[in-house]
Design a binder for this molecule. Structure first.
Ligand code: ATP
Ligand code: MG
Length: 678
């Protein structure tokens, strides 16, 4: 256990009432949470099962749990809940099923499913037309905002400024009705429904407030209205909770996060005790000067200034490259050389960027130099077509009423079902208020769709039913899952459908990878309930939506991720690429005037570094076939000149030419050595 400083101790000891720990990056907020959990169990006699800790990503939740498990013997942490808000919401809905509008085995729609459903509703309502895809994007965003603000469809109309938006409010109502008809929830519902139930049902509320003796929340600045409401309802008047956060790291306003929730706490809980931490235990002082200096350009709710006892450290480097390819090559070579020179591990390095597209060139360069890397938060593993297809087969096993999954797989592989047939099937389902899959076994099927199609659909339904029967309660479901997918003809379909052998291999590899993660989840499950295929699929569906990334074991690899995904993490050597106007700050933010959120993102990026920070930019960047000249990011001008090495920038400290020559030589030698090894 690292020794906590007096202020952290104060946060630990305050257990009777509400507590807010407000502090900058790397000051030990997450450490306070994990150590406080241990303290509650060890010294305050709070049983582990009465403690709940929440955060935002699966990765953070896993890490938090691991840190607590290091502090206590296993028998003392049994029953402890450390989860994401959404995992918690899902558990809640399952416990409280009778109090929800849902039936058992409800399905969770991901954003793709939601989009498809909305598009269908718009078409049904004749709101289609050329622009409908664009409208769907807008509709999704508005509906999600309403839900996160806890505004039901009937009130949505009243919040509108623009009469044109009335259509979206109308769609919102339709969308909610359809979700319930499909026995499905979307991502937002995992928070909104529990909050609603807790608010309306006093028995349930008393039960949960009793059950949770202590609540802890990390990254509190990113909570939205629904999440804050959930917290309030869970803690009740006893208000035994600790939330920790940093308003300067609030980077999810676009998803409804309200940093004002920090100020609201004081209003809602007048007894709130606030602890501020200022010592940073992560970074050298030059890195902190840079962070402080950038973030002072924002309006502040709470002033704070970070310092550490880790010495001044190296200068921050800013490297200008001729174009985006050079930028990627430079980062890759730097890492190779730096690692060799210092005898480091790959995992000590991270390359961070604003948008996922920036990873593509980088990946190519890293591969060329045989640098092992892992990509988090990139094009989701689960967003890949073949994974979605296989997952849809599994989803319909989990929930036969999952119409979205049905529509995805009924013609994948091809079964010759035209849209006219499917529409007739849909009408039949509607008429009898049954799901599409149930309609396939309905007595009226033949009359509705004709002889030939009815056979195909019946066969399909029987096939699904057979595997549903066999898979449930099967102690070793994996071989059966494989057999099922094989029997659908999907594997053959991929072989025919792929355009190159490489594509075929990638797609089959992805499916193998999915099988492996299913098996891993089964192996890792703590009890029999969690081992069931049902629980495993549910978990996968949730992982898919929450993290949008493959669960990868922690191995020795360079970390590639977006600035958003890097929050809460730390690395010895950090490279941020694309520090240019229109990338960081993002183009959309420049137009929407949300530069402050981009600056916080820059602050998050800078403060991930322990030892060295390097910022890169390209003078021109490929845009389609052409190159486009770029402008250095305004955030570069906000760095403290005396701590920055920025060649080419007027007034900046220049590097000693001798040093430059030495670095160059070292780089070449390192490259050669790497080539020889490879
Ligand atoms: P962020 O805002 O980025 O989430 P944080 O405030 O949650 O950061 P932590 O991740 O808890 O900060 O801590 C940063 C680093 O400092 C970790 O490596 C942690 O182990 C270390 N640390 C925290 N408190 C102390 C302490 N009192 N003494 C020594 N090291 C500490
Ligand atoms: Mg943290």
């Amino acid at each position: 256990m690292s020794k906590l400083n007096p202020r952290q101790q104060e946060a630990l000891a305050h257990v009777s009432g509400p507590l807010l720990v407000l502090a900058g990056a790397g000051s030990g907020k997450t450490s306070v949470i994990t150590q406080k959990i241990a303290h509650l169990i060890e010294n305050c006699n709070v049983p582990a099962e009465r403690i709940t800790a929440m955060t935002f990503t699966n990765k953070a939740a896993r890490e938090m749990k691991a840190r607590v498990q290091k502090l206590l013997p296993p028998e003392r942490t049994r029953g402890l809940t450390v989860s994401t808000f959404h995992q918690f919401g899902l558990q809640f809905l399952r416990y409280e099923l009778v109090n929800t509008p849902l039936k058992g085995n409800f399905s969770i729609m991901d954003s793709d499913d939601s989009k498809r459903l909305l598009l269908e509703l718009m078409q049904r309502d004749n709101l289609s037309g050329a622009e409908s895809r664009e409208l769907v994007g807008k509709a999704i965003k508005m509906i999600s905002d309403w839900k996160n603000d806890l505004i039901p469809p009937e009130d949505a109309l009243q919040t509108l400024n623009d009469p044109e938006d009335a259509m979206f409010a109308h769609l919102y109502g339709l969308y909610e009705r359809n979700l319930r008809a499909y026995n499905a929830v979307d991502f937002d519902d995992l928070i909104v429904l529990p909050a609603k139930i807790l608010k309306e049902n006093t028995t349930v509320r008393d039960k949960w407030q009793n059950r949770i003796r202590y609540l802890l929340v990390d990254e509190y600045q990113d909570t939205n209205t629904a999440q804050y409401e959930l917290i309030k309802l869970l803690v009740g008047v006893q208000a035994r909770f600790t939330v920790v956060g940093d308003d300067d790291q609030s980077i999810y306003a676009w998803r409804g996060a309200k940093p004002e929730n920090m100020a609201l706490l004081k209003q809602d809980f007048p007894k709130l005790h606030v602890v501020k931490l200022e010592q940073n235990y992560r970074s050298t002082n030059r890195i902190l000067h840079a962070a402080n200096s950038v973030i002072t350009n924002n309006e502040h709710i709470f002033e704070k200034s970070l310092w550490s006892d880790k010495g001044e450290g190296e200068q921050i480097r800013v490297i200008t490259c001729p174009n985006d390819l050079d930028e990627a090559e430079r980062v890759a070579k730097e890492i190779v050389a730096h690692r060799l020179r210092n005898g480091n591990q790959w995992e000590q390095y991270a390359v961070l960027y604003r948008s996922n597209f920036q990873a593509r060139v980088l990946e190519t360069e890293l591969r060329q130099l045989d640098v092992p890397y892992k990509l988090s938060g990139g094009t989701s593993f689960f967003a890949r077509t073949e994974i979605k297809d296989v997952m849809s087969y599994l989803r319909i096993i989990l929930n036969p009423d999952d119409d979205a999954a049905f529509l995805r797989i009924i013609n994948t592989p091809k079964r010759g079902m035209g849209s006219a047939t499917l529409e007739k099937l849909g009408l039949l389902a509607q008429e009898y208020s049954i799901s599409l899959l149930s309609a396939c076994s309905h007595a009226g099927l033949k009359a509705a769709v004709g002889n030939k199609a009815s056979h195909t659909l019946q066969d399909f339904a029987e096939f699904i039913e057979r595997y549903t029967r066999d898979l449930y309660d099967n102690p070793d479901p994996m071989p059966l899952v494989r057999q099922m997918i094989m029997e659908t003809g999907y594997i053959d379909f991929i072989k025919e459908d792929s355009k190159t052998p490489q594509q075929e291999k990638n797609r089959l590899d992805n499916i193998e990878m999915l099988y492996t993660s299913i098996q891993n989840l089964i192996n890792r499950a703590e009890d029999d309930d969690e081992k069931s295929i049902e629980a495993v699929i549910r978990k996968l569906v949730l992982l898919d939506m929450l993290e949008q990334q493959q669960e990868e074991e922690n191995t020795n690899k360079v970390n590639l991720m977006t600035l958003h995904a890097a929050k809460g993490l730390e690395f010895d050597y950090v490279y941020i690429i694309g520090v240019e106007e229109e990338i960081l700050p993002h183009r959309n933010s420049m137009m929407a005037d949300t530069i402050e959120e981009e600056r916080r993102l820059m602050y998050v990026g800078i403060t991930r570094a322990r030892l060295e920070l390097t910022l890169l930019l390209a003078q021109k960047r490929r845009a389609g076939k052409d190159y486009k000249m770029t402008t250095p990011s305004r955030f570069l001008d906000e760095l403290p000149l005396e701590h920055v090495n920025y060649p080419g920038k007027r007034g900046a400290a220049q590097k000693d030419p001798k040093q430059v020559a030495q670095d160059y030589l070292a780089n070449i030698q390192a490259m050669l050595a790497a080539k020889r090894r490879g």
